[in-house]
Design a protein around this ligand. Structure first.
Ligand SMILES: [Zn+2]
Length: 330
């Protein structure tokens, strides 16, 4: 599976990424790690990157993409990857798409771990760390406060507050994130690849939702692959039971897909409600530039309203595609 992870600092995206790596046995690629590895290994790209960094310049997108491509060619990335921290803007996302298309490995999912900005603020500004390096216990004054204020439960040492965890620094970090990510969210949404998981609750609850999303997103692809395998087997004169079973499974998957595709039509009566919601939410958004709870309202309304807008245009298209595919196969 090929996934881009999106999420604010403090969203818990990193934790989810680790769990995904374990569960699906695919590598995570963060640009920082790739850079460090390439520079340490002294590869061509690593040398270029080092030259740029030594000159106090940013490492160009071309170099970063080259590193990603090299990493993707390693055997452990055959089953997919998780990209974290890249892309950060639309040109990078487009360049990544172009590269993955050339490699025949298009992105399958952009997963956004979504957390309200007020919760993020508390998570980031409330963090306290035990000053005893040998202990290193971590607390949060809002969510997991120590029994005695300012003292570590485990060793009694004083707790320290990182200077970059202060409110104004955190707020500006979150604003930068918001500015960078909002266009990417739209970009992947337009591609139909964006899925959002609420990043609140226990780590395991969130992970359950993440894997549910992945299973749903990957299933049609798995079905398409097994159909392709079955077709290949049939071409090769393979009438083995396995090939037959694969063909049968592909057929069943197609039928299931058709059934699920038919469902949205039943939801049509909900349209006016979505429209109302969108209308209601819109003026609110304009009235106050303040953040807080508003983006949530906006997001929900947009989500509800989105299928309505595209439904008419899209409805006919997939059917045609399916029909075309079916013809090809026959
Ligand atoms: Zn301690």
């Amino acid at each position: 599976m090929r996934i881009v992870l999106l999420g604010a600092p403090g969203s818990g995206k990193g934790t989810q990424s680790k769990l995904l790596i374990e569960k699906y046995n695919i590598p995570q690629m963060s640009t920082g790690d790739l850079l460090r590895a390439a520079v340490a290994a002294g590869t061509e790209l690593g040398k270029k990157a080092k030259a740029a960094m030594d000159a106090g310049k940013l490492v160009s997108d071309d170099i970063v993409l080259g590193m990603i491509q090299e990493r993707l060619n390693k055997p452990d990335a055959r089953a997919g990857f998780i990209l974290d921290g890249f892309p950060r803007n639309i040109p990078q996302a487009q360049a990544l798409d172009a590269m993955l298309a050339r490699m025949g490995q298009p992105l399958q999912l952009a997963l956004l771990v979504d957390v309200d900005s007020e919760v993020l603020m508390k998570r980031l500004t409330g963090r306290r760390t035990c000053s005893n390096a040998a202990c290193g216990a971590i607390y949060n004054i809002y969510f997991s406060a120590p029994k005695t204020q300012g003292k570590c439960d485990k060793c009694g040492s004083s707790l320290s507050h990182r200077s970059d965890d202060n409110e104004s620094t955190v707020r500006s970090r979150l604003q930068v994130y918001e500015q960078q990510t909002a266009p990417l969210v739209s970009y992947y949404k337009a591609q139909g690849k964006l899925r959002t998981v609420r990043g609140v609750g226990s780590v395991n609850e969130i992970f359950k939702n993440v894997t549910d999303i992945i299973e749903v997103q990957m299933r049609p692809l798995a079905a398409a692959m097994s159909a392709a395998n079955a077709a290949a087997a049939a071409k090769g004169g393979g009438t083995t039971p396995a090939a037959k079973a694969a063909a049968k499974a592909a057929k069943a998957a197609k039928a299931a897909k058709a059934a699920s595709a038919a469902k949205p039509a039943a939801k049509t009566p909900a349209k006016p409600a979505a429209k109302k919601a969108a209308k209601k939410a819109a003026p609110k958004k304009k009235a106050k530039p303040a953040k807080k709870a508003k983006p949530v309202v906006k997001k929900k309304a947009v989500k509800k309203a989105a299928p309505k807008k595209t439904k008419k245009a899209k409805k006919a298209a997939p059917k045609k595609k399916v029909a075309a595919k079916a013809k090809k196969k026959k």
